[in-house]
Design a protein around this ligand. Structure first.
Ligand SMILES: [Cu+2]
Length: 182
């Protein structure tokens, strides 16, 4: 009987294997971007950033289309020009609009989703350099499965003509209140 593992040892071994597996998963995730190719089934159009003065958080807007036969799941975004980039959604609660952090956004097969003023947006915080209207800022979208898509966003002044700017007008000041939301 002494040759059989006790339940304690057995569970310990399982725990170690689980730990090892998660380490491998973490390593795979860390190296995935280097090997990932662009996501051929996802296209971006009308990418722009609503610039605000004084290093205020800026909003990124774009329309993403999925021509593939399977849904794709967007997990996040990064930009080399900003220290902190998040997926946000503006929601209305009792007549007050506030922003919530979004973990993932599913783009249906043969469908699309839009980041637009008053809805989903890419929240760009902590600029690493001076970003000004006229600049191009690359933003890399990260999808489930390790695939990425990098899109150049055109930086525009608030109210400048461009995709979504008409709707953007009445959202003026939205991001001003974001960092210290009551
Ligand atoms: Cu936001």
């Amino acid at each position: 009987m002494s040759s059989l593992p006790t339940p304690h040892h057995k569970s310990h071994g399982l725990a170690r294997r689980a730990l090892l597996a998660s380490c491998f998963a973490a390593a795979a995730m860390a190296i995935a971007p280097a090997f990932a190719t662009g996501l051929a089934t996802v296209q971006a159009k009308g990418a722009w950033i609503r610039w605000l003065p004084a290093n205020l958080p800026a909003g990124g807007y774009v329309e993403l289309g999925n021509t593939g036969d399977k849904p794709v799941v967007l997990l996040g975004a990064e930009s080399p020009d900003y220290g902190n980039t998040m997926l946000h959604q503006t929601v209305s609660k009792g007549g007050v609009s506030e922003m919530i952090h979004v973990d993932k956004i599913t783009i249906p097969a043969h469908g699309h989703m839009a980041f637009s003023p008053g809805g989903y947006h890419i929240m760009l915080m902590q600029p690493k350099k001076e970003v000004k209207p006229g600049d191009k800022v690359p933003i890399t979208f990260r999808f489930e499965g390790g695939k990425t898509l990098t899109v150049d966003f055109e930086v525009r002044k608030p109210g400048a003509s461009g995709p979504g700017s008409m709707k953007g007008m009445d959202m003026g000041g939205m991001h001003d209140m974001h960092p210290q939301k009551p």
